[in-house]
Design a protein around this ligand. Structure first.
Ligand code: BGC
Length: 779
């Protein structure tokens, strides 16, 4: 099937190419202000008399949700058929930047065919808690992984002359009170965890637009935060595009314009234009700010025009095949233990398609796949594969495929689905293998609300117990958009495939993996915790109270939390098995440069030591065991997915820049490289370190300036102020000098701000004298 590349005449913007500066020069202030508001749910404002067309922006992110008629942003109304690729939770598990770029290109082609100027995605918010209702739309708990994958997707979409919208900027990590909650986050945590993925995408892929989030950050709405939207995004990172509001995120429109929010969506039907004009009249908003925002809207329209003027059909069959490949790479084989006690014990997977015997496929989700999440990202797929049909195609003829639904897809809170469960047990009895499809029903996770627990439905857990009563030969295949609780039951199941949500071709892709047509190669982009109680934001940290959520765990989210605390988890970040084995060797780590120019050159060899082709995902973590700030046990800094034939070795190398060694200094309010020992760990998960090497890095001079109110220890550590202070203290005849060096009480004295000590009776220098010393020392 190919689409005809339709799109309304206005959408296609078939007009003379627009020169933003020339148009801007001809616009009145009122016309400029009108441009800052949408014209309906999905279109920018046209100015017909100036030849400015309306262009269409629409969801996103893992497929196109183009609504032909009236719009809504909650996924309620229908939309044109489009390829439903795996949502981000799936795609991220591929750790495959090349794949993400190809998926992006396909998404761009579909936008192009449908006359869409901007695809509203990707979303790179961090998975702070597995309970976030929208985690299926986000990539990871790690900003480097999320940032690099999202950047590849953006490059792919934009290669087709279609824009993207990087969202939701920023700290939108929960759905509870998402339109008002204030995320209270210290700057170091923002910079190192919550902003990094955005920064990587902006710096390396320049998305055409960034979408500000609904929430407040430290009390200020993201939609009107000049620090976020202008200072950080534009001045520091060099963002060149347009900032659009999330749908309904505007609080005070004039403040937003001044802060750098260019476009409000959807249309406020003129209300905001009036407010903007009034604010200019009253001197609360400058004409220059209005003009700047209008210019960016015109630039966006001009960027989109060539693509819109030339719609191109896309090949839906090829996109379905790509969706299948993406799904194959996104599923994660968590476990595949040998079954049986005899010497012939072997793992259940892959099934031998030529002699699989009796295969019992159990679970409604095998027949009715759960393949995407709910809300604004919900796509109407061009076709839909289910695992049951695909498995029958693969296995019937050489074996027998039995099916039993086992449970229904309602909320599943009752303990068992009676007759359905009985039927499933009957199908499982005597089968050579049971493929048990479990997962979260659609009602469990969605945009708009958060989950309250991590458990699978009670009816499914009861079914699992009942099946395990009759056979141990059970492979569980999961469908869920965010982590579910796996233990203790996972200990009793020999094989476990985490299928996340795999898009429209997920069913056939899962069959490909189960029968071994392809080896699994996905790796966890999020830790699977043992219990909700172990998760970093559990308790007072989520979902907050009184309109505020405090990120008290700081930079310690995901594996940064579990690994630093040495906490047991179900499966660690980065984990995933294949049908082969691998070896890592010949690690070399070379330090390049020093201080703010320091970097690391990491090289190693990876080998497929088994008998099947598979991809290895090589992960590079950096640990900084001694630092002035509390740092995580280790942090992912680079990764590469490497395809390997049996017996094949490949050299892999990485160039890490200073950022890979830096932390955000809360004192200096900038990234710093603190010198000392760093350990580079290379492995197959954050806990499966195969090679490690310690190197010495020469850091920056981080001597803090001294001031009279700095603690005495700061003075003593200073190369100039330290000796000067010591000679002053000696003047007291040794009394004060003796105090600070006293082996028992010295630490207490050294912790006193110098100026306070100077006010004590008998101190040998005045405050003014100390201030002079400080001035000389800092010069
Ligand atoms: C969502 C965005 C989405 C927008 C338009 C909002 O509710 O948060 O992610 O792009 O609606 O549908």
């Amino acid at each position: 099937m190919t689409t005809d590349g339709a799109g309304s005449p206005t959408d296609r913007a078939q007009r003379a190419p627009l020169d933003p500066e020339a148009v801007l020069a001809a616009l009145s202030l009122e016309e400029q202000a009108r441009l800052l508001d949408g014209s309906d749910f999905w279109h920018t404002q046209p100015l017909d008399e100036h030849g400015v067309p309306a262009v269409m922006v629409t969801d996103g992110p893992h497929g196109l949700r183009k609504q032909p008629t009236d719009g809504d942003h909650l996924g309620l109304g229908g939309s044109v058929p489009a390829t439903c690729f795996p949502p981000a939770a799936g795609l991220a598990s591929s750790w495959d930047v090349d794949l993400l770029q190809r998926v992006g290109t396909a998404l761009g082609e579909e936008c192009r065919a449908e006359g869409v100027a901007v695809l509203l995605g990707p979303g790179v918010n961090m998975k702070r808690t597995p309970l976030c209702g929208r985690n299926f739309e986000y990539f990871s708990e790690d900003p480097v992984l999320a940032g690099d994958l999202a950047a590849a997707l953006v490059r792919g979409v934009q290669s087709q002359g279609v824009g993207t919208s990087l969202k939701h900027f920023a700290a939108n990590n929960q759905e509870t009170h998402r339109m008002s909650v204030s995320a209270e986050v210290d700057e170091r945590t923002l910079r190192e965890v919550y902003l990094t993925a955005f920064e990587r995408v902006v710096r390396t892929a320049q998305p055409w637009t960034v979408m500000c989030s609904y929430n407040r950050i430290n009390g200020v709405y993201a939609s009107q935060d000049p620090w976020l939207l202008t200072r950080v995004l534009r001045n520091e990172w060099g963002f060149e595009g347009l900032v659009v509001s999330d749908w309904g995120a505007v609080d005070d429109r004039p403040l937003g314009v001044a802060a750098g929010l260019d476009l409000e969506m959807p249309s406020s039907s003129g209300a905001s234009t009036a407010k903007v004009l009034a604010a200019v009249r009253e001197g609360r908003l400058s004409e220059a700010d209005v003009r700047t925002a209008a210019r960016r809207v015109l630039q966006l329209v001009a960027r989109a025009q060539p693509g819109l003027a030339e719609p191109r059909p896309y090949d839906a069959a090829a996109h379905h095949a790509l969706a299948r490949e993406a799904a194959q790479r996104s599923a994660v084989l968590l476990k595949n233990d040998p079954v049986g006690t005899s010497a012939g014990a072997a793992p259940l997977l892959p099934l031998d398609a030529a002699a699989a015997g009796v295969v019992a496929v159990v679970g409604e989700m095998a027949r009715t796949p759960r393949y995407q999440g709910a809300g604004s990202s919900q796509v109407v797929p061009t076709q839909l594969d289910d695992a049951l049909t695909a498995l029958r195609d693969d296995l019937e003829g050489t074996g027998e495929v039995r099916f039993a639904a086992g449970y229904s897809l309602d909320d599943g809170e009752q303990d068992d689905d009676g007759a359905l469960a009985d039927e499933a047990v009957a199908a499982a009895r005597g089968a050579d293998v049971v493929l048990l499809f479990l997962g979260l029903p659609g009602s469990y996770e969605s945009e708009g609300f958060d989950r309250t627990h991590l458990d699978l439905p009670a009816s499914q857990l009861a079914l699992l117990d009942a099946v395990l009563e009759v056979t141990e030969r059970v492979v569980v295949v999961l469908s869920n958009g965010s982590a579910v609780r796996l233990h203790p039951w996972a200990d009793r199941v020999p094989a476990l495939l985490e299928g996340w949500l795999l898009g429209q071709a997920g069913g056939s892709a899962v069959a490909d993996l189960l029968v071994g047509r392809v080896s699994p190669s996905g790796r966890l982009a999020e830790t699977l915790p043992l219990r909700l109680e172990d998760t970093p934001a559990f308790g007072a940290g989520f979902p907050g109270e009184g309109g505020v959520v405090r990120y008290g765990e700081g930079v310690f989210i995901g594996y940064r939390w579990y690994d630093t605390r040495r906490a047991a988890v179900s499966f660690p970040f980065g984990h995933g098995l294949t049908y082969t084995t691998s070896a890592y060797d010949a690690l070399s780590v070379e330090v390049t440069g020093s201080g703010a120019d320091a970097g690391l050159r990491v090289a190693l060899t990876v080998t497929n030591t088994g008998s099947r082709a598979a991809a290895e995902v090589v992960q590079v973590y950096v640990a900084d065991p001694v630092a002035e700030v509390a740092r995580p046990d280790s942090e992912l800094k680079a990764f590469a997915r490497v395809e390997l034939e049996p017996g094949q070795s490949r050299a892999v190398s990485f160039e890490l820049d200073a950022r890979a060694l830096s932390y955000w200094s809360p004192v200096q309010r900038r990234w710093v490289v603190e010198g000392g020992a760093f350990e580079v760990r290379v492995g197959a998960s954050s806990r499966d370190v195969r090679l490690r090497e310690t190197v010495q890095v020469t850091g920056e001079d981080l001597t803090p300036p001294v001031a009279v109110d700095a603690e005495i220890s700061t003075w003593l550590d200073h190369p100039v102020a330290g000796p000067a202070l010591r000679s002053v203290l000696e003047r007291s005849g040794g009394g004060f000098a003796g105090m600070v060096d006293d082996p028992e009480h010295g630490a207490m004295f050294r912790a006193i701000p110098l100026v306070r000590m100077a006010r004590f009776p008998g101190f040998p220098a005045t405050e003014a004298e100390l201030a002079q010393i400080a001035e000389r020392a800092n010069a």
